[in-house]
Design a protein around this ligand. Structure first.
Ligand code: ADP
Ligand code: MG
Length: 239
């Protein structure tokens, strides 16, 4: 990675424990990590190593115990609750492991929710939602309910919803974990081709080594630490 490239996420010395006393679990033991604009960074490591904890802190949905973490130069812990909600809503797109789609709303309505919450008119929100559904290859299912869609299709709706605000940081937690190999591969190709953009950082959490090839860099975590950062296979060959 070129050192002149702009940093989108900067973590230094981030620590996190859950619980207290005998029940204490140390999830993060001092994380130093930079993510650059324009890159697809895979955050890899075995189950329980702290991946979800780290992205929750980066995304401003969990408080760290110590250290610093900035997103696009902003530290969400310096913000009040309204500022934080606004920053998250405009700058960060989160794709949760469980998708978190609203079952009574159609695909297009689910995608439009963040826009409606931020006060956009229904008509223009619907237009924008359908444009993003088109980008992820799901326009023809815009009127389907989540229950009528496959896991991979629901995943695409969740990605469209994360993209609808055109945020500069997208975080996906285990996007291929519930997909078969071919669908998972197609999902990663879609993330790389549609979601990755020169001014946008994309962090993909996984423990699936088969998708490493899609990354610019892979940050390997183990037991609450980043143990190694490697260059993705395609990029290494290109050099
Ligand atoms: P990963 O996403 O890599 O599987 P997590 O960040 O979810 O790892 O978890 C890291 C560690 O923190 C694990 O030991 C997990 O059991 C523990 N942990 C995660 N969330 C909680 C919680 N809410 N309460 C207590 N322990 C937790
Ligand atoms: Mg996890």
């Amino acid at each position: 990675m070129n050192s002149t490239q702009e940093v989108a996420v900067k973590c230094s010395g981030v620590t996190k424990d859950y619980g207290v006393g005998d029940a204490k679990v140390t999830a993060l033991r001092g994380i130093d990590l930079d993510v650059y604009r324009g890159e697809l960074l895979i955050l890899a490591g075995p189950s329980g190593c702290g991946k979800t904890t780290l992205i929750s802190i980066i995304g401003g949905i969990l408080k760290r115990d110590a250290g610093r973490c900035t997103v696009l130069g902003n530290d969400v812990e310096d913000m009040n609750i309204d500022e934080r909600a606004c920053f998250r809503g405009t700058s960060i797109g989160f794709v949760f492991q469980a998708f978190n789609l609203l079952p009574a709303l159609t695909a297009a309505e689910n995608v439009a929710v963040p826009l409606l919450i931020s006060g956009e008119e229904r008509k223009s929100a619907d237009r924008r939602a359908k444009a993003v559904l088109d980008q992820v290859g799901l326009l023809e299912r815009a009127d389907a309910l989540p229950g009528q869609l496959s896991g991979g299709q629901q995943q695409r709706v969740a990605i469209a919803r994360a993209l609808v605000h055109n945020p500069k940081l997208i975080i996906c937690d285990e996007p291929t974990s519930s997909l078969d190999h071919a669908t998972g591969h197609a999902m990663m190709a879609m993330l790389r081709d549609v979601v990755q953009a020169p001014d946008r950082a994309l962090v993909v959490v996984t423990h699936d080594t088969r998708i490493y090839e899609f990354a610019d860099r892979i940050a390997h975590m183990d037991d609450g630490k980043i143990v190694e950062v490697t260059v993705g296979a395609d990029r290494a060959q290109a050099k």
